[in-house]
Ligand binder design. Sequence first.
Ligand code: SF4
Length: 210
Amino acid sequence: MKNRLGLTSDEFLARYTYIKFDEKTSHPYAMLKITEGEDKKCPFVTSEGCTIYTDRPANCRYYPIGQGTLKVMGKDGPEDEEFYFFINEPHCLGFDENKSWTVESWRADQEVDMYDKMNREWKGLQLRKNLPGNELEEKKVQQIYMAAYNMDVFKKYVFESRFLDVFDIDEEYIEKIKADEVELMKFGFKYIKYILMIEETLKVKKDLKR
Ligand code: SF4
């Protein structure tokens, strides 16, 4: 969305979002600001429709289908179970059409596959909970926000700080995250998992270990 609007991630976040903190995880969420005034609405909607349509986010692509994820016990331990539900609102004119859709045909029509893959990583992090009395420290909260949302700043952090002197990352992979923002976002999830100690997704260089 920020690329579509010709903004840096910093500018996009400052102009269009506010931060909400989740009590159970201390995670910061960038929430879209709805327009002020009586007709509160998405900042990208106009009388001609969505001004960022081909770059609209997954929730807009799915609408009027909602999605959720539950943590369930599988045969090899806890696993995520996805489910869908209808959001039947009177202003959605799609319900007046004769055409029938299944969740699968709607997903294919709205090209949500790549968005789902990215969101699965994010949902996995959302389902984590703080241990009682153990809120995340401020520095980690800031790092999560940067690695999840502020891609331009995260890129600078990776490539212009001592980051690559500290972590042992394959040269080919470094080039990949430098050239491709989607890969950089995926790397952001790895970094979040590392700082939350969910998974050892990164390794400190051997000569820096004590
Ligand atoms: S499709 Fe999504 S981004 Fe576009 S105007 Fe509607 S709510 Fe906003």
